[in-house]
Design a protein. Sequence first.
Length: 150
Amino acid sequence: MHIESKTTEPVKPINLRQQKFVEYYTETGNATRSAELAGYTHPNVQGPRLLVNVGVKASIEAIRANMSKESEDRRAKWVSRLEVLGTAAEKDSDRLRAIEQLFKAEGWVAPEKQEIVQFNGAFLADLDLEDTTLERFKARSTYKTMTCTR
């Protein structure tokens, strides 16, 4: 495979082991693991070093660009299908569902946020209203608030 870098200088072709590293790295994203799978003897040293190699770097960029293009094409295809479903559906509920999915796919809908409140402790009815008991209750009880995005 002959790849040119961004500076349009020809890049030295990579060898078979480097090609295996590139394939594993695009699958896993882990340089050390990819070097190990490609057969390098010192993967924890050679994996990160390979990422700096101009030929390896250019190959990874080319594969990622191709993957990105394929992903964009698939997304465009599904968006057009949702548009057809949204206009051709017989029931209003089907039309609305297709439009909602289209909005989510295009990123036009902000993620929903929910507040989850969790209280762990004793019931107030079980307490003697002495100051020491109330202080112990406050010390044992926890109150957590979290915001989750769906």
